[in-house]
Design a protein around this ligand. Structure first.
Ligand code: SAM
Length: 302
């Protein structure tokens, strides 16, 4: 279970979720009509080794029962990752087209956009995460010979604290419009920490700034209890659902308009369907369901 000041490595606790989604992006990107292709995702997974490396590189027979390969959980989850990658790639494209030159990626994890989005050339991209995650990312990419297209700056922080000064010490200018990204983060912080994070983002946003946000509706209590019950033969830290805060929380599509911003909320299910990637979801999804995910873009008027 979580505590409000816990920490992790790239392959433990919350850190391991960055590797898990990188593995899902790798598999999703190998589909013939993939919604998004992230060629760096597999570089991270391979460097970390273990069962995810077997999943992406090994004999498929060895990983046929891995959750990311199954129809019930794996397929919707892979489409979820590809869908959100595409949505936020397009979000950044539109922001850069509008003239924004400052990007802040909260909980960047193994996000590779600073290395792969051509319109990030000449843009300053701040990547915020825990030091252990940023260390793994830097060392892995340096060893593989990659360099960023953007002016990429690492900012090691705990996003449950007041991190704005540390961001500003890295060169961030709150007077310039910013495109922020909050993807794959909110479920890992408490509802109170989320509200504080929204306050900081809003406070540091010049007119014209935007925020891209991924949100998840909490699981119904009985489902959450069922999926967090650890079997005797299952390691406790292998249970993803035990890492999240499954409590009701502010909806970004309401919170930001309440502070004078415009908002547009898109249900992931609708987004996937509109892009020809509707996922049939069966009974046993391991709790995860694309209908629980929504993608939000908010903008502070000029
Ligand atoms: C599921 S990964 C998502 C990474 C990336 N945004 C993506 O979508 O691929 C969650 C990330 O959130 C980071 N994270 C969670 N809580 C954090 C906190 N309190 N401070 C800094 N980083 C945090 C983790 O270290 C991890 O890299």
């Amino acid at each position: 279970m979580r505590s409000d000041n816990d920490n992790w490595e790239i392959d433990t606790g919350v850190g391991s979720t960055a590797l898990f989604v990188a593995a899902a992006r790798t598999l999703a990107g190998r589909e013939p009509d993939a919604l998004a292709v992230d060629p760096l995702a597999e570089v991270f997974v391979r460097a970390a080794g273990g069962e995810l490396a077997v999943l992406i590189d090994g004999d498929p027979e060895l990983s046929k029962d891995h959750p990311l390969r199954t129809e019930e959980f794996g397929r919707p989850f892979r489409e979820h990752q590809a869908g959100r990658t595409r949505y936020f790639d397009d979000y950044f494209h539109a922001a850069c087209d509008s003239g924004i030159r400052q990007v802040v990626i909260l909980a960047a994890g193994l996000d590779s956009r600073a290395y792969r989005l051509p319109f990030f050339e000449g843009v300053t991209v701040y990547e915020l995460d825990r030091a252990t995650v940023l260390d793994f990312k830097r060392e892995t990419l340096a060893a593989a010979g990659y360099s960023p297209l953007a002016d990429r700056r690492e900012v090691a922080v705990d996003l449950r604290t007041d991190w704005l000064n540390t961001l500003q010490d890295s060169g961030f200018d709150a007077e310039r419009p910013t495109a922020w990204l909050i993807e794959g983060l909110l479920i890992y912080i408490s509802p109170a920490a989320q509200d504080e994070l929204f306050e900081i983002v809003a406070k540091a946003s010049a007119p014209g700034s935007r925020v891209g946000i991924e949100q998840m509706t909490p699981f119904p209590a009985d489902v959450y209890e069922a999926i967090t019950t650890v079997n005797e033969d299952e390691p406790e830290d292998g249970n993803w659902a035990r890492l999240i805060y499954n409590d009701p929380r502010s909806d970004a599509a309401q919170w930001f308009p309440g502070h004078g911003w415009n908002a547009e909320r898109t249900e992931l299910d609708d987004y996937l369907r509109a892009h020809g990637h509707a996922v049939p979801v069966g009974e046993d999804t391991g709790g995860f369901h694309p209908a629980a995910i929504n993608l939000v873009t908010v903008q502070r008027p000029n």
